[in-house]
Design a protein around this ligand. Structure first.
Ligand code: SF4
Ligand code: SF4
Length: 363
């Protein structure tokens, strides 16, 4: 495979880092780098996804600008990671979704909102959509929503399977069944605790300068936990609706509502925090991504905002329109799960798994 410009720069940087080795204690990248006998496209795809963009190695590097070596590991790895998402994405004709993430998000969002608006009009009639409504299932039945999103979920899972198995094979991991359970456990713990965002000393990232801070890690955790709570709220709601014959919508003190509202608020705060951190970050640590990184944060924020707005709009003429906007946000989010920034979590987990597997193989 021909080496592109980003990979060539990543190989140059890794070759210098491998001679220097000053940053060994910062994160998993540098010990993993030392285990490689040669730097290739495949192990740059592995090492770049192991990097969590904490910025510690850049702030501490004696060979960063203005030194003639101009070493900047986080910036080159951020670009290399995005290229790995593009390279392995399935189907390949969706690659522009990574290359132009902001435009992809805006277009899918607009189309999805229009689609749900038209579907509600088609199912209930134009007069009903702006009339005061108490229950939004009068506008679109639960079964229609569940059917549409179940189909979308199947599409997402197929896309993940195809994309991730390509990445898995490229970084030379053996079959999933031959990897030890303890390796999965350690990799999962590293992924869930965001261990590699602690700067190597537990004080956090250097995203906005020379002083470490734990805010990126905290906001990332808020988003992760908020997302999981909302996911369980949806599952539980579906279980109540179909298995217990307790139809939605649910009161404020029911379990699906408590999980959904708590998760929604955590998502709002976490996404706003991550957005703020990105805006104020040291721009030398990031590469221009055409809105790819922010698209996921924006969609999660809009989905939670409109989801939390639905019970508030109950009994008003705004409910129908807000429902179309909310469902449009959810559908655009599903498309982002398959072809947007969401897949970074899986790539990172597989890289952590490969790292742990290499370590245990060596011992
Ligand atoms: S980032 Fe700089 S200081 Fe750290 S290992 Fe590489 S060259 Fe050395
Ligand atoms: S930016 Fe942080 S996580 Fe990435 S290589 Fe440097 S120290 Fe490691």
């Amino acid at each position: 495979m021909p080496t592109n410009q980003t990979t060539a720069e990543a190989i140059r940087v890794m070759t210098i880092c491998n001679a220097c080795r000053y940053c060994e204690g910062h994160c998993a990248v540098f010990p993993a780098m030392e285990r490689q006998t040669v730097f290739t496209q495949n192990n740059i795809d592995f090492l770049s996804n192991l990097c969590h963009q904490c910025g510690a190695c850049y702030q501490h590097c004696q060979y960063a600008d203005p030194h003639e070596f101009g070493i900047n590991v986080p910036a080159v790895f951020e670009q290399a990671r995005r290229e790995s998402y593009t390279q392995f994405l399935w189907p390949t004709f969706m690659q522009p979704a990574v290359l132009h993430g902001g435009k992809f998000m805006a277009t899918t969002l607009l189309l999805a909102i229009s689609l749900f608006f038209l579907a509600i009009v088609g199912l209930s009639g134009m007069s009903k959509i702006f009339a005061p409504q108490v229950n939004f299932y009068n506008l679109m039945p639960h079964s229609v929503m569940a059917g549409a999103f179940s189909l979308s979920a199947v599409m997402v899972v197929v896309s993940w399977w195809m994309t991730l198995r390509r990445y898995w094979h490229s970084i030379s991991l053996p079959s999933p069944g031959s990897i030890r359970m303890s390796t999965y456990r350690v990799a999962l713990a590293s992924a869930l605790t965001l261990k590699n965002l602690d700067g190597g000393h537990g004080e956090g990232c250097y995203e906005s300068g020379e002083s470490p801070s734990l805010w990126k890690r905290r906001h990332h955790h808020l988003v992760l936990i908020g997302f999981v709570l909302c996911f369980f709220a949806t599952l539980l709601g579906t279980f109540y609706h179909y298995s217990l014959n307790v139809p939605a919508p649910y009161g404020w003190l029911t379990l699906p509502k408590i999980l959904g509202v708590t998760g929604g608020i955590m998502l709002l705060v976490g996404c706003a925090g991550l957005f703020w951190i990105k805006q104020t970050a040291d721009q030398r640590l990031v590469s221009h991504d055409n809105g790819y990184g922010s698209s996921l944060t924006a969609l999660l924020f809009l989905t939670s905002l409109t989801g939390l707005g639905l019970p508030i709009a109950k009994g008003t003429g705004a409910l129908g329109f807000l429902l179309a906007v909310h469902l449009g946000c959810v559908l655009a989010l599903f498309l982002n799960f398959a072809w947007g920034k969401f897949i970074h979590g899986f790539f990172r987990f597989i890289a952590l798994l490969a790292d742990e597997h290499q370590k245990t193989k060596k011992n």
